[in-house]
Design a protein around this ligand. Structure first.
Ligand code: HSO
Ligand code: ZN
Length: 437
């Protein structure tokens, strides 16, 4: 069901981590191939607003729509109808994530660089954000929490959220998604999905004013639309198919490891599940467990395709040291460490969207209720990017305050550098204030 890659003996002493990138499989999200399909959608929404949205909604979602706004009563009704157990779970998820977000909210920093000369880094929330929540294959209600909570803690003034309209729910998004919005106090909610939703946020359409930043996961069409509007608005990241890498040794429980590989394969036939281990016997036991667990699970087809795909593998390595180099090169969205002394190995990892340490921190805990965020960098972007957090919704602005004497004290250096760059106008803007002092 899952292929093996044998890297034993392949360690090149002193080799750069990137050398392993070529041998580690990765699912390709073909944004370039989708651009020409998505561009006309974005342009149509830009020029014709809600009229174009209604056309795409009819075509892609099979819903005839007269209004893209979800009425306030529908939000409240969804909350009233919400299963109390789901409500309690969402509340706990919110409580934990809010606790980490509040603790992570950084303070402004002021540095007195010279007497009378101060630079402050002021953190300013983005004013208006558009949050996209996938509602198609699975209604990702947890993604409402993961997007909204950090935005609220950052102090974002205006939060709009959108999710695709569902035929079976009268053309509104999935009721659990609406209930989560109501629970979090999000009042501006739209029933628009796909590329047209991203275009609506970027350009504005009908009741939806343009936003400054679009965040949230989505399929290849929304990701492509994000790439097209990037610059006009900020985007969080181009999220690709879900990935899990597990670094494990003989101390790991094969049933735990297999269940984790299955859990993320459940998202998407393109999802990647990768086990990196120096233990032949663990590899064999995990394979046996996968056979057993996959046939007993609900979304068998999707999972089989994901595990059997090029992007998934069991990778055999000489030892955990080489395994660490492999997972660092792979830079998985989720990295799970299930070996003896997991915490020590985890501290040495450089690249991973989120790192799950030991047997009792499964990735699906992080998907729902660990207190961490599940919107994470995929496709190897964990080597340069972070997951969604309170910081994603803040801009750092330098504020510069100098009194006259402080300017006099540094004027000479500014003028010398201006001359060195042959930009005398720059020097003159200082000289006019303090003369040649
Ligand atoms: N594992 C997904 C998030 C998710 N899982 C939502 C379940 N619901 C990407 O990190
Ligand atoms: Zn998940």
């Amino acid at each position: 069901m899952i292929r093996r890659i044998d890297l034993r003996g392949a360690a090149v002493p002193g080799s750069a981590p990137t050398d392993y990138r070529r041998v580690v499989p990765r699912g390709a999200a073909d944004v370039d191939g989708t651009i020409e399909v998505v561009r006309p959608i974005v342009e149509a929404v830009r020029h014709r607003g809600v009229e174009a949205i209604a056309e795409y909604t009819a075509r892609f979602d099979g819903v005839e729509q007269t209004d893209i706004t979800v009425p306030a009563e529908a939000l409240q009704q969804a909350l009233a109808d919400l299963d109390p157990a789901v409500r309690a779970a969402l509340e706990e998820s919110v409580r934990r994530l809010r606790a980490t977000c509040e603790a992570e909210l950084e303070q402004d920093v002021t540095v007195e660089v010279a007497p009378g000369g101060r630079v402050t880094q002021r953190l300013v929330p983005v004013q208006r954000v558009g949050l996209y929540v996938p509602g198609g294959v699975a209604p990702l209600v947890s993604s409402v929490v993961m997007n909204v909570v950090p935005a609220q803690v950052a102090g974002v003034e205006s939060i709009a959220l959108t999710s695709s309209p569902q035929k079976e729910f009268g053309g509104l998004p999935h009721p659990t998604i609406l209930a989560a919005c109501a629970l979090l106090g999000v009042e501006e909610v739209y029933a628009v999905g796909g590329a047209q939703a991203v275009a609506m946020f970027a350009h504005g359409a009908g009741p939806c004013r343009p936003v400054d930043l679009v965040t949230g996961p989505g399929n290849i069409y929304t990701v492509t639309a994000k790439r097209l509007v990037k610059g006009l608005v900020g985007i969080d990241s181009e999220a690709g198919p879900t990935e899990i890498a597990v670094l494990a040794d003989a101390a790991a429980d094969p049933a735990f490891v297999a269940a984790d590989l299955v859990s993320q394969a459940e998202h998407d036939p393109m999802a990647a599940s990768v086990l990196v281990t120096p233990s032949e016997s663990l590899a064999a036991d995990v394979e046996a467990e996968l056979d057993k667990q996959v046939s007993a699970t609900k979304h068998v087809e999707r999972i089989r395709t994901a595990l059997g795909g090029e992007q998934s593998a069991i990778i055999l390595v000489d030892d955990l040291e080489q395994g660490l180099a492999v997972v660092d090169a792979y830079a998985a969205e989720h990295l799970s460490i299930q070996c003896a002394d997991a915490a020590t190995w985890a501290r040495r990892v450089r690249n991973g969207g989120a790192i799950f340490v030991g047997p009792f921190a499964p990735v699906s805990l992080g998907d729902y209720a660990a207190g961490s965020n599940h919107v994470l960098p995929t496709g190897g972007c964990a080597c340069h990017s972070s997951g969604l957090s309170v910081r994603s919704f803040l801009k750092a602005v330098h504020v510069i305050e100098y009194d006259e004497q402080a300017l006099r004290d540094v004027a000479h250096h500014v003028m010398v550098l201006a001359d060195a760059e042959d930009l005398p106008g720059h020097g003159a803007a200082v000289r006019v204030r303090v003369g040649d002092s």
